[in-house]
Design a protein around this ligand. Structure first.
Ligand SMILES: Cc1cc2nc3c(=O)[nH]c(=O)nc-3n(C[C@H](O)[C@H](O)[C@H](O)COP(=O)(O)OP(=O)(O)OC[C@H]3O[C@@H](n4cnc5c(N)ncnc54)[C@H](O)[C@@H]3O)c2cc1C
Length: 388
């Protein structure tokens, strides 16, 4: 049988995993990227500790994704498979707090990328850097390189162009125009895994960097526990990121500052205290929360111990916006899931595939984004291999 040739545009985790599967099956693979070096955004993710995937049990794991195609891809290539692969290329991992999986201490993010790239080169991969995708048709990829337009022909192509945040890493989302012009169904990018900007937040600036531990952030049918951080613009942290979708849908977001206590127990504690200030201190609420309550509540509510207890459990966040797209951890939007089939094949260009964050799906941080990217890459590559 003729060796299949595949051009992969992008060198993020989705691209690298697709290439891995294809090269291991003997395909000829050429990677292209507009940056000088591979996997720049993957490395940025590494700055925060390189949370590669999560140890959660599979059916709970897939609940973090909002589309069936990504869920199914994670079932096909799951967290254990990814850890096994990493181990094969010499990157041992460990399970940290809340099930997050990281490379063993002492392994730097750049070493993970290098081990993966070396493995691919060993299998015969070719990397063509500083190639900007300008156009494509069924079998052609057209790039700008050193001011020239160059055409490459392949049996199949895989697009793994990423989302639209941290454009310095190459994931600039500029490709959206090209794909839209080709009438591939696309949506504009929106921020995800973002902090909340808050109305009238100025007085909280003095507390920037302070944490609020063990609280619950909730909206209709969803609640997330964890730690929040006050920022220059508002508030962030994993529970906030997880509730981004509810904000986008126009729903109200609340914080329960004392999830370990019932409202009546809080009211009781406040009643027993000499005054409100002492009562709030007895509840061991952080200074920032006390300042926040004092500032946001009218005098009547602040001094009514029953009402105050209710508000401590149901503090409404006055969200004005998500952060600018450029700064957020991930984006939604891009190629719509309807534009691809279950194997991530573009319906309009059946020899081409789209994988990773360039597709319109959402998941929280905690390793779920990277896992979704590598799993979609795995499924696309398997589909190419299966084609006669
Ligand atoms: C600060 C930060 C922290 C993060 N932390 C985590 C975390 O802890 N856990 C987690 O799971 N995820 C995390 N992520 C998200 C994760 O890094 C991304 O979801 C993931 O890298 C997306 O992978 P991808 O392969 O789809 O695309 P990307 O990694 O974005 O790669 C896309 C590639 O395509 C190239 N490209 C784009 N357009 C063109 C073009 N026209 N021509 C040629 N090349 C092009 C880009 O240069 C880039 O190299 C974090 C992200 C950020 C920014």
């Amino acid at each position: 049988m003729k060796t299949k040739s595949v051009g992969i545009v992008g060198t993020g985790p989705a691209a690298l995993m697709a290439g891995t599967v294809l090269l291991e099956k003997g395909c000829k693979v050429v990677f292209f990227d507009q940056k000088k070096a591979v996997a720049r955004k993957f490395l940025v993710a590494g700055n925060g500790g390189f949370n590669l995937t999560n140890d959660e049990e599979l059916e709970k794991f897939v609940c973090h994704y909002n589309t069936e195609k990504i869920k199914d891809s994670v079932r096909s290539f799951n967290n254990t498979d990814f850890r096994f692969f990493l181990s094969k290329i010499g990157i041992e991992t460990f399970v940290g707090s809340s099930g997050k999986i990281f490379p063993l201490k002492g392994i730097k993010p750049i070493e993970v990328v290098k081990a993966w790239q070396d493995y691919l080169i060993h299998l015969g991969a070719i990397f063509k850097m500083e190639h900007v995708l300008k156009d494509f048709s069924e079998c052609e990829l057209i790039f700008e390189h050193n001011g020239n337009l160059i055409t490459h022909m392949f049996d199949h192509s895989i697009f793994a162009l990423g989302g639209s945040s941290w454009s310095i890493t190459g994931s600039d989302g500029n490709w959206l125009k090209l794909f839209s012009e080709k009438e591939i169904q696309c949506k504009k990018f929106e921020a995800s895994n973002s902090g909340f900007e808050l109305f009238g937040h100025d007085y909280l600036r003095d507390f920037a960097g302070k944490t609020i531990k063990n609280c619950k952030v909730f909206s209709e049918n969803e609640e997330k526990f964890g730690e929040l951080v006050i920022t220059e613009y508002g508030i962030e942290g994993p529970p906030i990121y997880a509730l981004n979708g509810y904000y986008r849908e126009g729903k109200t977001i609340y914080i329960d500052f004392k999830p370990s206590m019932t409202e009546s127990l809080i009211a009781d504690k406040l009643q027993k205290a000499k005054n409100i200030s002492e009562g709030l201190r007895d509840l061991k609420l952080p200074k920032v929360v006390i300042a926040w309550l004092k500032h946001d509540l009218n005098k009547e509510d602040y001094q009514n111990k029953i009402k105050l207890a209710e508000i401590i459990k149901n503090f409404q966040l006055n969200v004005s916006n998500l952060r600018p797209i450029e700064e957020v951890i991930s984006t939604i939007g891009g190629v719509e899931m309807n534009a691809i089939n279950d194997s991530f094949q573009l319906k309009m260009f059946p020899k081409s595939y789209c994988i990773g964050e360039m597709l319109d799906w959402d998941a929280p941080t905690g390793g779920y984004l990277i896992q979704g990217c590598v799993s979609s890459g795995y499924v696309a590559a398997k589909s190419i291999i299966a084609q006669s």
